[in-house]
Design a protein around this ligand. Sequence first.
Ligand code: ATP
Ligand code: MG
Length: 749
Amino acid sequence: RIIDLTRLHEELNEEQVAAAAKTEGPALILAGAGSGKTRTITYKIAHLISSKGVDPRRILAVTFTNKAAREMKMRIQQILEGKVNLEWMGTFHSICVRILRLCLSNERIGQALGWKINRNFSIYDDDDQKKILKEILKPLFGDDMDAQKLKQARSIISKYKNSVVKQSLPDGSYRIVLQTPTVALEQAAFPDQQKMAGVYRDYQAKLGDANAMDFDDLLLNTVELLQKLPQVAAQFANRFQYVVVDEYQDTNDVQYELLKLLIDRSKQNVTVVGDDDQSIYGWRGANIEIIRNFSHDFDQVTFFKLERNYRSSANIVKGAGSVIAHNDRPLEMSKNVYSKEPAGEPIHVVNVLADTFEAEQIAKRVLAAGKDAYAQTAIFYRTNAQSRAIEKALNDSRIPCVIYGGTRFWDRKEVRDIMAYMRLLSNPKDDAALLRIVNTPPRGIGGGSLDALRMTATTNACSLWEALPSEIAKGGRTAKGFENFKNMVDGWLALLHGNEALPILAEHVIRDTFYKEFLKKEDETTSDERGRNLDEMVNAFREFEEENPDKGLDEFLQEISLLTDADKKVENAQTRVTLMTIHMAKGLEFDTVHIAGCDEGVFPLVRESSMTETPDERKKQAEEERRLFYVGCTRAKHILYLYHAGRRFWQGSLRPFPPSRFLEEIDPSTTSIEGRCADESSQEFTGEPWNQGLRGYAARGAGLRPAYGSYGNGGNRFGASRGADFSGSYPRSFASSGRSQSTGLHKTQ
Ligand code: ATP
Ligand code: MG
């Protein structure tokens, strides 16, 4: 099917057509929420393929989540009425994995790089990372080693990996230098910094020994590879005739450097789309200046503005616009977003006395809207910890919901254990996998034996698996344990290399390890359910093999490790209410949106570190929170509810909260207010500036815990909404004790 200009005019407005039809040279589409940015580039790609005859394999298209990539692919196939091989459409991370595997499969490139890592590298997630880091930190801190140190180290390492150093060159230009351990060590001025840079170096060395990369490495190593081998970079740049990037406002420095390496400098056929008002990943290193500087970085950029919002009713567009107007925004980026839709319902601001009522009110309204509305209804919150109360209220009202960001199927302990066995089969050097299961189920390999094994591995700078034979050769009881383990794994390896079907291999692993018996011994009450999860996992292997007859274990594991919360597979998602943090809601739209917790201190979120921040940093922080609020509101097509609770269990104690400043900023002509605003105990905070409320709490002795720390914390999964999961820093015991106490509160009222 040909997508020519006539067809474009049928589907897009004039500005959108201009942007879609402009194929050559650099273009920036800067536009407000819901103005059809994603729609425009979808048609642009369809147009490139059908009218310009561009090979879809030569289009590089970057989306923010895997889900967004899948949806865009499907849409393009619908538009073109046929299958299209857009193999280079995906997140930055999935594109990097592809580049890395391709390059590392090439012997010449592999040799030129001289890396320890080979093509079947494992991708380490937070949990694996922690395992490796613990090994490094333990000898450094001894008994002082705690969860806080671990978190800090992870966050610092992630920061190294996501920022770059600009090195000036004699001709006035500059070079982008990645913060590799060598660079970090060179730059470290103080003993503390030197210590951390040393940890970073040891951590990278361990990853190398384990033939593994963490999520940040996927980007970092790709950039390093392309910087080191300019001829390879040139080949890719030449391959990608056209480059398109959605959600460009959330690009970070390393991703930007990657793009520059992949864009053919002579043609500069690159289209980026974004909205600087929706840049919400600053805490993870996204740099809003990148979109603002686009026109300086490329030659003769064509600049498109889309101002008409097609998504939302006029009240929602106007209300959201009135809040974001409180941010300092560069003049040249200004956009006048308007809607031609009717005003529609006012934005409902709902005040309740306490968080339990908030959850009840949400459930009540969702129920009243009727079953048919469920699939088009979303409930957003600022932090994952808030979902618990809402989920409970929905359950009580028998409203089916799907929560993004909960414990994912693939994160369940039993699934992770068996997957660790599978990972070891795919990459025997995978230390994190080996450490996870070498004694699970228990087979008499104790801490002492493991220490000896570690020592051997460190001495020989090899993986634990490679160190096994010399441990076994030592003889004795320990050796026997290791030998049995190794024989078992070798048996499966033989099956794998004999091309045994993956589901059968997985079943072998579960059976040979007596894993289900182990589950029974561990906890009789949960063993059935956990056993079923393992069956479901075997089923996933079966499905994968059916769908991808030419792919193997490596590819399966790769697919799983790139899954994010936003990709979570749920049955019947069509008939369920969606619960997610606003960070995950980027790019999505729903008929009805409920935003919980519009309380000053919750949203905008006050962080512990804001005490030490400069006024400038605080302002930046507040502006990012405001953008987040703007993103949340602009997901709604017709109906928007904003809830404020006067009191809330928050980080371990019951606290009063004044209404969010955003509720005060919103144009009153667009809202209707329901319910009573807070009780007197919260008066002392009302209208207080950004962090004074925080000081108030501190003075009351309520030990304030950061809901998230500085950026890099809370997950380092870039390009994927997984990072928006803040629940990791919210202790579960707090959440549950908070719940039970809040039920008490409910009763007394
Ligand atoms: P966001 O900033 O939230 O990512 P966006 O700018 O990418 O939003 P889209 O998601 O592409 O906006 O579009 C928003 C909604 O408006 C979609 O439902 C889309 O189909 C619809 N839309 C956009 N342009 C048009 C148009 N010209 N005609 C009809 N519907 C349109
Ligand atoms: Mg979009």
